[in-house]
Every structure is written in C-alpha cells, then in structure tokens.
Design a protein around this ligand. Structure first.
Ligand SMILES: *Cc1c(COP(=O)(O)O)cnc(C)c1O
Length: 379
C-alpha cells in the first residue's frame, strides 16, 4: 500500500487537467504566436486558460502572467516591486522570517543590491501580527511580501488586514500564495493584493506552469529577455499543454473548494488528535488558522529523518519539512521562527493531505507513526 501524504511538496495531476492537456500534446501543437489558423488554435487555448485563471482569483485576464514555476513568479514579483521602489527612491522591503526560499533568496540578492530588508518575527502560533507589520512600515518602504499560507506548518496569515494596511500606506503588497490557491478562497480585490504568485503543481495541475498576478498599473521587470510573449514581460514560447492543464485543475479545485476543505480538514483533525495522544508530541502552528490538509508535529527525542525512513517502509510518503530542503541537515527555518529549538525542530514530521486521502489511510498513518515513534525511542 502506498499512502501519499506529501501534498505540500506536490500533488497528483487530476483527470480534468490531463483531459485538457492531451489535445495540446497531440493536435494543438502550433506556436500560439503564429498567425496561421493552427497557431490561433493554440492561442485560443492560452486565452481560455487566462480567462479561467482570472475568474478564480477574481481579476482581469490582462493581469495574469504565465511563468514556469512558483519560484519564478516570486522572483519576478520581488524584483519588479524593488525596481519600482528604487525609481521612487524607496529601498526598504518588509517580509517574514518563514517565507519560502524562493522569496528569501530573492531578498538576499536585493540586499546585495543595496536594499534594506526587515524580516518580521513569527509568533508561536505560526502567524505574523498585522499591527507589527504596520509599525515596521517606513516612508521608504516600497514592498511588503508575506506568504498567504506557510508551506511547512500550513498557517494562514491575516492577508486581508495586511493588504488594507499596505494600500493605505501606499506600499506594494506581494503574497506568495502557492500553498493557498486552489485550497482557500482568494479574491485579490477584497484582499488588496498587488502581486501574487501561485503554481500549478500544488493544486493538482502539471509541473512547469505557474502564475504571477500583477494588478493593472504594476509594471513588471523582465527576468527573461527575448520575444514578446506575455505582453512583453516574459519571453519564451508558452508551455501551452501545462498552462491548459493548470487552468483546468484550478477551475476544478475552485468548484469544489468548500467540499474539499470540509473533507480534508476532518481527516486532518482526526490525524492531529491521534498523533497528539503520543507522549512528547507538539503541534506546530495554530490549530485554527491553518490549511485544511496540513499536520505538522514535533516528537521529543525522535529524529525526524529516522521516522521518515520507517514510514517509507510502510509505504507512507511524508516529509520532515519542505521538499526543497530535504537532504540538508539544517533544522527548518520555519520551525526555528516559531520558537522551536534546533533539537525540537529535528523531530518534526509534516503530513499534508488532499481530498484523495481516506479515513482508512489516516488511521493507518496514525498507527504507523505511533509504532515508529515507540520503536525509535526504545533504541
Ligand atoms: C512550492 C512552493 C514554492 C515554489 O513553487 P515551484 O512551482 O515549486 O517553484 C514557492 N512558495 C511556496 C510557499 C511553495 O509551497
């Protein structure tokens, strides 16, 4: 038996996405920039995908830019906002200590280029405080970048409040919503979001397609130079099959968002309760303001790496932290940011569920984890 519980790392491609992709791998192969009828067929697929994507996050199709990955979208968002800031003499950026590395590394580059970066601390519940953000904004602040939901501990941030503060203070607001889009309802207008990143493979679409939403009037900077694709802001022939698959997956997820959240959060609550019965176990991050499928716990006196090996033997796919950092012996920067010690952080287990998981699987995971923890502690 294989039980897949690593949906924060990536998700299984859904049927709707595959059905949308197949014709684009077969008959609709022309270049969407070609003016002949075959090219126009491919362009129609792109236009349709842009419209569907815009509908889900409630923006205009002209505010959607297709990219290759969430990482690319994050990079382009940050570098664009920084460029705009610099042109106005503003070089201060605010973000948080527990962002994804696609944001943190871009911030490091900007620091080298002369920007000043303030990283807000995260509270023990895995949530930043909007009031602390408001206090950190200065006259020279050009950008606030706060993730919608954290990829390790699943905590959802007060995005609407943050958006309101930023809009009032005239500061651009970017959110890395890679973990949130397709899983929670998002409205970029309601939340005053100027820039938002999200990625197909985190909501049952294929890999290799992602989106950068940029509100009308927010001028993007090019990361890739070349042709005039994406209205001149992202060169390179579009990945039509993946983009078609992404839009189909997103539409499907958006349609089922409430039913899925209900189903998945019931599994999550069950699993969390079962794991917390194991002595020396702590939940990481708020139990309430949290993605439906995220369970993240620390076990005292257990090595998370050894635990994962035992779970693999039982066919359970889980992770200790983010997939990007697996293999590194460093404790998770996210767990350290919420006040866990290095030792505690090394005993972490992340289980991320989707609507494909069942109650039987949740019970099986709970049993296997308990047995493995007992075994490791007895060694
Ligand atoms: C996965 C992830 C990314 C990176 O997205 P890719 O499409 O894999 O490059 C960025 N931010 C968060 C929060 C993520 O979970």
């Amino acid at each position: 038996m294989t039980v897949y519980a690593d949906n924060a790392a990536t998700t299984k491609v859904c049927r709707a996405a595959i059905d949308a992709m197949l014709p684009c791998l077969d008959e609709i192969y022309a270049n969407p920039s070609s003016i002949h009828p075959e090219g126009q067929r491919a362009k129609a697929v792109l236009d349709g995908a842009r419209r569907k994507t815009a509908d889900v996050i409630r923006c205009k199709p002209s505010e959607i830019y297709f990219t290759s990955s969430g990482s690319e979208s994050d990079n382009q968002a940050l570098l664009s906002a920084a460029r705009i800031g610099k042109s106005q003499g503003k070089t201060h950026i605010i973000s948080t200590a527990f962002e994804h590395h696609a944001v943190l590394e871009a911030l490091k580059k900007l620091e080298k280029d002369g920007f000043e970066v303030t990283l807000l601390g995260v509270h023990e519940d895995g949530i930043i405080r909007a009031s602390e953000l408001a206090d950190a904004i200065r006259d020279d602040t050009c950008l606030v970048s706060v993730m919608y939901a954290n990829n390790e501990i699943g905590t959802i941030q007060p995005i609407k409040e943050i958006g309101e503060i930023c809009r009032k203070r005239g500061v651009l607001f970017h959110t890395d919503a890679v973990q949130a889009v397709g899983h929670v309802d998002i409205d970029v207008g309601r939340d005053n979001i100027d820039l938002m990143s999200f990625s197909s493979h985190k909501f049952h679409g294929p890999k290799g397609a992602a989106v950068l939403y940029a509100r009308k009037g927010v001028q993007l900077t090019r990361l890739l130079l070349g042709g005039g694709q994406e209205r001149g802001y992202r060169a390179g022939t579009e990945n039509v099959p993946a983009i078609a698959g992404m839009a189909a997956a997103l539409t499907e997820q958006a349609k089922n968002i409430e039913a899925n959240a209900e189903k998945v959060s019931a599994l999550r609550s069950f699993l969390t309760d079962e794991l917390l019965k194991i002595p020396g176990t702590r939940l990481n991050g708020s139990g309430e303001s949290r993605l439906p499928g995220n369970v993240n716990v620390c076990f005292e006196n257990v090595s998370g790496e050894s635990l994962l090996v035992l779970l693999c033997e039982k066919g359970i796919c889980a992770s200790a932290g983010s997939a990007c950092m697996s293999g590194s012996l460093e404790p998770s920067h996210v767990l350290l940011s919420i006040g866990r010690s290095e030792k505690e952080a090394k005993g972490a287990l992340r289980l991320t569920l989707s609507e494909e998981n069942t109650m039987e699987e949740a019970k099986y995971i709970a049993e296997c984890v308990r047995d493995a923890v007992v075994r490791l502690r007895a060694q």
